[in-house]
Design a protein around this ligand. Structure first.
Ligand code: ADP
Ligand code: MG
Length: 549
């Protein structure tokens, strides 16, 4: 999925996925008619004008908010947004924008073509929530507790090559991208190559289902889990704002949990590098040709260099193909430099492989002794099909011994089904709004919602093909909707929003020794709750932090 140049409604794991949105069912009676359209695009270069306009905009949306009051109350905003003085909001917005600019909470500006290639030009503050979003402490603890269990599960699943191949065998026939990944995996299995040092930098995403009050997993990301860098900064920003304005707002900055995702991810990369044991080797970040989210990545590399003195190089898959070399002992050289750790921030979407060159690069790295984050096995273990297979009865038991751990994992599983289950497909055709249909893709913008679920299922039933194997069905989760201030392009919007909590985790082992298995900070993403039932909803989402309640 292209990043800097792509449309805002599509996004990659690593891209400004925060622009993604989710179609919400028609339960919300309020309108979000101002979404997506640039509200006041001409005033961009005058911060004061923008702030004024932003406030006007907030006031306008505040009128619309009234209609949805009942729903808003259920979402429990941390402060009464109707009651806050406009002048105070303006001050906080201004401070937030200054802080973001001074502290590197920035992304490439899509209006500047160079911003996806060159650092230091065309930067704009990252889209952010003005204030943190409330989140129950008990669910926060639950999410943190799950992190090391998922880490261990994924590691064990990754070692079961047959399980991965068998589970994805039908998908392979109809999904060319998954098929290519599986081919690489098969080749590695044939070589009988063992990954003794295994590194995972993951993010498990959850939504809190409003009705059942259950924390339910959306997905587990094993490749290119982004925003560890900027997510930490949003936490710092929110803490700073509450230190300054907490009294006015009646909020306590200490209720925002600390976020050390960047430091811990850097630590995991550094420890992996140490295990590789070649002081001259570098860590290599596999990047897309254009990356507007480069600063998120640079944060990680900077900490890696400053704290651990590990140097990084950035290469695209095409560059790796032309500059990469595999020595007989497995050492991987790129441009003559030995690579200890390969950290993927690209390579998860079909568009990352425009030619055979990129696939060659992926295979070459996989064959090498460099530590891959993720390895092809970890990548496959994080696919949606595997998520669905793991949710089947008695499957977790194959991988984990502890009944307690199994119960904890199962508790956060939403309903997940393959399309061969005719009872479920029948239900989904009858009530498509209760389901999400997902192909084997990462990066947002690929899922199917609402009436499109019904239409796609009916089409698949008619056509005699195995295309159904490309998808899974998932229970639709409905988080509480609450009014929130979102800032994008320096304009503050008041919107009805829903949130998704991502919990980072790192896993590193060398043979039998588990060196790291930790939860590592978090990322809250808050999105406009859309009313477009067609699934092509418009809206925007932002980086956020949590306020424990
Ligand atoms: P991707 O790999 O493209 O990020 P996800 O499974 O994370 O795929 O889905 C993308 C987005 O769609 C999520 O961030 C979430 O907002 C929404 N979504 C996914 N699954 C569900 C679900 N079961 N219920 C509600 N929203 C969902
Ligand atoms: Mg996702």
């Amino acid at each position: 999925m292209g990043v800097g140049h792509s449309s805002l409604s599509s996004c990659s794991v690593d891209s400004l996925c925060i622009i993604a949105f989710t179609a919400q069912p028609k339960t919300s009676s309020f309108s979000n008619s101002n979404r997506q359209k640039p509200l006041f695009p001409t005033k961009k270069h005058s911060p004061f004008a923008v702030l004024k306009i932003g406030t006007l905009n907030c006031a306008r949306v505040a009128g619309e908010m009234e209609i949805g009051k009942g729903i808003a109350a259920a979402g429990k905003p941390i402060v009464d947004l109707h009651g806050i003085d406009d002048g105070l909001i303006q001050k906080i917005v201004y401070d937030a924008l200054v802080w973001s600019s001074l502290h590197g909470l920035v992304v490439g500006d899509r209006n500047d073509q160079r911003s996806g290639k060159l650092p230091g030009v065309g930067m704009v503050h990252a889209p952010i929530a003005l204030l943190p979003t409330s989140f129950p402490e008990s669910h926060w603890k639950q999410a943190c507790e799950l992190a090391p269990i998922f880490n261990e599960l994924i590691d064990r699943v990754s070692l079961d090559g047959k399980f991965l191949q068998d589970s994805l065998a039908r998908t392979k026939k109809v999904d060319a991208f998954t098929s290519r990944l599986l081919d690489i995996h098969s080749k590695i299995l044939e070589m009988n190559k063992k990954e003794e040092i295994r590194l995972g930098l993951h993010r498990s995403d959850y939504m809190l289902d409003e009705k059942t009050k259950l924390l339910l997993q959306i997905e587990f990301n094993t490749i290119s889990s982004s925003f560890a860098g900027l997510g930490c900064l949003v936490t710092d920003l929110h803490r700073t704002l509450l230190n300054d304005y907490g009294e006015d707002l009646g909020l306590d900055s200490k209720r925002i949990p600390g976020n050390t995702a960047t430091g811990q991810f850097a630590e995991a990369l550094a420890k992996a590098w140490t295990e590789y044991n070649n002081p001259r080797a570098v860590a290599m970040i596999v990047v897309q040709t254009e990356e507007r989210n480069m600063y998120d990545q640079h944060w990680l590399c900077t900490v890696l260099k400053e704290r651990y003195n590990v140097r990084t190089i950035r290469k695209t898959l095409a560059e790796i193909d032309s500059e990469g070399q595999l020595l007989p002992d497995g050492t991987f050289l790129v441009g003559g430099q030995a690579v200890a750790v390969v950290y993927f921030r690209a390579g998860y979407a079909p568009t990352d492989y425009p030619s055979e060159s990129e696939w060659r690069a992926r295979l070459l790295m996989e064959r090498s002794s460099a530590i891959k984050c993720p390895s092809i096995s970890y990548h496959l273990a994080g696919t949606k099909k595997i998520q669905q297979e793991l949710a089947k009865p008695n499957v977790l038991e194959k991988f984990l011994e502890s009944k307690e751990d199994i119960a904890k994992l199962r508790k956060c599983f939403a309903g997940l089904w393959s399309l061969v289950d005719s009872d479920i497909t029948k239900k989904a055709i009858e009530k498509p709004e209760l389901f999400v249909m997902k192909p084997q893709r990462e990066g947002g913008g690929n899922n199917i919602y609402g009436d499109d679920v019904k239409e796609t299922l009916l089409r698949l039933q008619k056509e005699v093909s195995e295309e159904d194997a490309a998808y899974i069905l998932m229970q639709r989760i409905f988080p509480a909707v609450s009014p929130t201030f979102l800032i994008r392009d320096s304009i503050c919007h008041k919107e009805h929003a829903i949130s998704e909590l991502g919990v980072y985790s790192a896993y590193l082992r060398n043979k039998e020794s588990v060196i790291m298995n930790d939860q590592c900070g978090y990322l809250m993403r808050t999105k406009v709750s859309s009313s477009n039932e067609g699934g092509v909803a418009a809206g925007f989402a932002v980086l956020d932090s949590i306020y424990l309640t």
